[in-house]
Design a protein around this ligand. Structure first.
Ligand code: ADP
Ligand code: MG
Length: 680
């Protein structure tokens, strides 16, 4: 047997099981050796039968007193009853269809049984327990590995396979460089593998898992650093004179916050240099990222380059277009909007202006990624609310200008350690302060019975001339289904708020109608805007002071925080009401967090703790490969160590071309798949 042999060389693995294993990514013997238990079952302690409580799983060691097959002796399916007894009491092990097992037991010998205890006619029973002869080589005592389920292959079979392959453990080569092993005090891979499958004590398992998590994370970090240092990417960027941005600020009615100033200073040093800017700008909802985009784009225009900002929704693109036109009306630069719903004629003229270079600043949705959009001289690319776009879309847009500087903006506050991992190819700036005078949104949670009280409060706010939002429950990840729920909520609310002006927006409303409604809402002609989550990003209506979120337990923490950011944009006190089914502890905990803090970073950290990173970032879409053993939040410390080691390796051997690095390279390639172009 060799590590590279196919799994079909294992006894008992036919084509069917081979397919099942392949579906789990297991093709070779090495793969299956690296298929690790998800947990362990402790079967070291024997419980006396008298102390074995019904309903619990126990291990008992007992002598077989008698064997009995009930029913007709010719019935092959007749159950086998094995009466057992230890020093404390007696019990019965029952095997339905178990006649064939009869020969496995000898009356008078000792066996070990593991299973759940039940009770029948006052006698303790174990139905279909696992068993072995006490002290035999198959003894089921010990710490047992529990493997992730693979369809069609039982736990026992997985354990048997691992036992059979144990003779290969010594052939697993050490593949990490000596100094990495020394610096991180790693145990050898053969030791790690053996102790993970056949653990002897907790200490060894820990050391072994550390080694394996480290293996995975150094592979991840090496891949990300490789992408970052990829020489094939064009790293030279056009130089943009940022003094235009500085003078633009002077024209604003406010001065920049400290956070904005810090971000701008980072961006300035990028834009003024010949190195291509590649920067992530994080700032909580309402922290004022748009101004930074305007400063950057104005600077590009002043320096003779085109620039583009891509927004995730038409609504947001149009709102940006309004803001830009207003703020930059005096500049004499040509601001062009490009969205899919535009009439063909205006779209055509927009495209022509973009291609000829007549369009100085382009404000767009996804429409701008399409092939027929050609820029004349693109110097700066901005994506707003970056978390809404996949890595691929970001790349496509960047490719429209070979030397264009790149800025991505997001309101999803990702803890810095994670930002570096998720956007390993980006530098990170954060705006942590809010514009002065902004009051935190007062948030409170209510059960279903709290609606009346909340509606009463809303009416009082409206009487003061204020407006608000009601967010319909999230049903599925589908706008259509959400639309239905928003429609019925709207009907209800129309009854409740009889005599008030209400409007409804959701994903299937025609863009032109939606635009009209948003304009009316901004103009104060609508008291309450009922909506699905389409209002999540960007909308900026200062007079809106309350938000009611239905079925708040269905939204993630970060999303609730984003939604809530639609209010509290002006100087008046603002309120957010979460109407929720507080069935679960998790829901209550989340409500608690939202009600007590307005700090997006703190909320993001909590969200990570509660839900884990996978669910939040939808890993693949964000370019982060699937990790099997590691959890980038739980194993932050290992991650940091792995990063330091990966850095050393990449610095010494940027192409991973030395023979010592060949296994690392193979693993990087396997982990990143299509996402990485590594010559092998
Ligand atoms: P976001 O970061 O969520 O995109 P915006 O850029 O939409 O936030 O800004 C929210 C509001 O804050 C806008 O009305 C903007 O004009 C205002 N604003 C931005 N910066 C400042 C500042 N330094 N002082 C006062 N108001 C500001
Ligand atoms: Mg914004």
């Amino acid at each position: 047997m060799k590590l590279t042999d196919p799994v079909s060389t294992i006894k008992g693995i036919g084509p069917k099981k081979e397919t099942a294993l392949a579906a789990a990514g297991i093709n070779t013997l090495q793969d299956i050796i690296y298929f690790f238990p998800r947990s362990y079952e402790d079967r070291r302690n024997v419980t006396p039968i008298a102390e074995a409580d019904t309903g619990t799983e126990v291990l008992v060691e007992a002598e077989v007193v008698s064997l009995r097959v009930s029913g007709s002796p010719y019935n092959r399916k007749a159950p086998l009853s094995v009466l057992i007894r230890d020093e404390s009491a007696g019990a019965e092990a029952v095997f339905f269809n178990g006649r064939f097992l009869r020969s496995m037991f000898r009356v008078g010998s000792k066996y070990v049984f593991f299973g759940k205890v039940s009770c029948s006619f006052g006698r303790k029973q174990m139905i279909h327990p696992q068993f072995s002869e006490a002290g035999s080589k198959d003894d089921i005592r010990g710490i047992l590995p529990v493997y992730p389920a693979i369809h069609g292959i039982s736990q026992n079979e997985l354990r048997r396979i691992q036992r059979e392959l144990a003779e290969l453990h010594d052939k697993i080569p050490e593949w990490l460089p000596e100094d990495v092993i020394r610096d991180n005090r790693l145990c050898g891979p053969e030791y790690a593998v053996r102790n993970i499958h056949f653990p002897q004590n907790a200490h060894r398992v820990l050391a072994s898992r550390f080694r394996m998590v480290f293996e995975e994370l150094i592979t991840l970090q090496t891949g990300l650093m490789y992408i970052r240092s990829d020489k094939r990417l064009n790293n030279s960027g056009v130089v943009i004179d940022t003094s235009y941005g500085d003078s633009f600020v002077e024209s604003l009615p406010f001065s920049l916050t400290d956070g904005q100033r810090g971000a701008w200073s980072d961006i300035k040093s990028d834009l003024n240099s010949t190195k291509r800017m590649n920067r992530l700008l994080q700032g909580d909802v309402g922290s004022g990222k748009t101004v930074i985009a305007e400063m950057s784009m104005y600077s590009a225009a002043g320096s003779g380059y085109q620039s583009v900002i891509m927004a995730p929704t038409e609504l947001l693109a149009k709102q940006h277009a309004d803001t830009f036109s207003k703020d930059l009306s005096e500049s004499g630069f040509n601001i062009v909007l490009l969205v899919s719903s535009m009439p063909a004629a205006s779209k055509k003229s927009a495209l022509r202006a973009i291609e000829s270079g007549e369009a100085d600043m382009v404000i767009a949705t996804h429409a701008v990624i399409q092939e027929n959009v050609v820029f004349h001289d693109l110097g700066l690319v901005i994506t707003d609310e970056q978390h809404r776009f996949g890595v691929e879309q970001r790349r496509t847009l960047s490719s429209k200008g070979e030397n264009a500087n790149i800025l991505v903006m997001t309101a999803t506050p990702i803890p810095r350690t994670l930002a570096v991992i998720l956007y390993g190819d980006l530098d990170v700036s954060q705006i942590k302060s809010m514009p002065a005078g902004r009051k935190p949104v007062q948030t409170s949670a209510f059960g279903q019975d709290g609606r009346e009280c909340v509606y009463g409060f809303a009416k009082k706010e409206i009487a003061k001339g204020r407006q608000g939002y009601v967010v319909a429950p999230l049903i599925e990840d589908s706008e259509n289904v959400d639309a239905v729920s928003a429609e019925s909520l709207y009907k209800e609310l129309r009854k409740e708020f009889n005599g008030y002006k209400l409007a409804l927006v959701h994903g299937s409303i025609k863009p032109a109608d939606k635009e009209q409604i948003m304009a009316d809402f901004a103009a104060g002609l609508i008291n309450i805007l009922v909506s699905t989550v389409v209002i999540e990003v960007g909308i900026n209506v200062k007079n809106a002071t309350f938000m009611i979120i239905e079925n708040a337990e269905r939204f993630g923490l970060a999303q609730l925080h984003q939604l809530r950011g639609r209010v509290g944009r002006g100087s008046s006190e603002s309120y957010c009401f979460l109407i929720m089914n507080r069935g679960s502890e998790l829901a209550a905990e989340r409500a608690d967090i939202l009600c007590t803090t307005n700090d997006g970073f703190e909320i993001a950290e909590k969200d990570l703790e509660l839900r884990g990173p996978g669910e939040i970032f939808g890993t693949r879409q964000h370019g982060l490969p699937n990790l099997i053993l590691s959890d980038i939040v739980k194993h932050r410390d290992v991650l940091r160590k792995a990063a330091a080691s990966a850095k050393k390796i990449i610095q010494k051997d940027p192409e991973l071309s030395s023979p010592q690095e060949s296994e690392l390279k193979r693993r990087v390639k396997k982990m990143f798949g299509e996402d990485i172009k590594l010559d092998l």
